[in-house]
Design a protein around this ligand. Sequence first.
Ligand code: PHE
Ligand code: CA
Ligand code: ZN
Ligand code: ZN
Length: 427
Amino acid sequence: MRRSLSAAALAAALAAGALVVPGSSSFASTEVVDPDISVTNAKAHLDQFQTIATNNGGNRYTGRPGYKASADWVKAKLDAAGYTTTLQQFNTSAGTSYNVIAEWPFGDANHVVMAGSHLDSVSSGPGINDNGTGSAGVLETALAYAASGQTPRNRLRFGFWGAEELGLLGSKYYVNGLPAAERDKIELYLNFDMIGSPNPGYFVYNDNPAGNGARDDLTTYFTSKSIQTEYIDVQGRSDHAAFRSLGIATAGTFTGAEGTKTSAQATKWGGTAGQAYDPCYHRSCDTITNLNLTALDRNIDAIGHMIWNYAQKDYGSGPPPGGSNLLVNPGFESGAVNWTGTSGVVPTARPSRPAPGPGRRGCRVTAAPAPRTPVSRWRSRPRRRRPRCRSGSGSTPPRQPRRRSTTRSRCRWSTAVRRRRWRRTRT
Ligand code: PHE
Ligand code: CA
Ligand code: ZN
Ligand code: ZN
């Protein structure tokens, strides 16, 4: 259902860098030209969030009118751009909340590429950096994609989460409500929470057990723009954790919250050493003046790079392997204790992939594994002892019907574990 490009759409496509030209890339057999996501437009969205807060008691907190007004406004923008949108309502201890879900109704629905951000603020302020910036960036990227006139290879979906500040409630509600078959179609979830901090750092999430392909694409992108990045282990402090716990590949960027910028960071990034990345984090002063627009622009262009490229990524035919899901929450946003607020390179050593073996979906049963030492810091639970399911050669295994049997199957990994193993070579 490729739509023909009108002259106006072609001009928009050119402006948004939408043209796909032949060449080689890690994503597909075509090279995607990166878009320039408009920081002027993103700033206008932030002005709107500020106005909404100002007109509604100074915040956009769950259960208060400023949150619903934010959700209604974002949904209307996406509706007008041609997205298929849903306002997903759920209850919290602070009152009713809403997720806004927007899908671009073209591309292969078996391969869903998602980006998201939380739309709620804390009660003490308007939440312009946290997380007006992520929301404005994801929104503007979605609008720019629609304006580009492209038909993606994959299905693009954008999520604006409610009640993150109460413990990732909106994103958890969303993933919990997805049928297993729908969860299994999500190839990647990209999260953006605080991307315009006034004393910015350039952090890339490094807590992605399902695969670091998207992380590496982000760092490569920033490097190509001569922006140095640091890895950060965000743990359960933002909404990607809800997706990560299903074994879905995640990645994201962050310009810093309450942590203090070091002198080494000030040397490479500018700004003020010894001061917080965002001194107004969770405070009433997180207003429209609590921004670094250069950091915001760099991060929204990174969102554009990822969306434009993953829209075209060749995931092969058929959905990712499915299975029964075990939603274990590895963390939480409020009062998280296992994230130190420091940054730096996090060890990523993982066991190497075993040799391929025969059997169902490229799996075979071997002797029970010897106890292993934890391989990444995010995993707080001990690994469950299960029959070992060895993944295949790295090529795409044939699509198989999901097993619904309650008896022990031969490859009885949780979806999280299976997808983690499966995706290690794919993202
Ligand atoms: N999720 C945190 C908040 O909303 C901020 C944060 C984002 C912290 C990303 C770490 C990493 O308060
Ligand atoms: Ca830009
Ligand atoms: Zn917050
Ligand atoms: Zn936040």
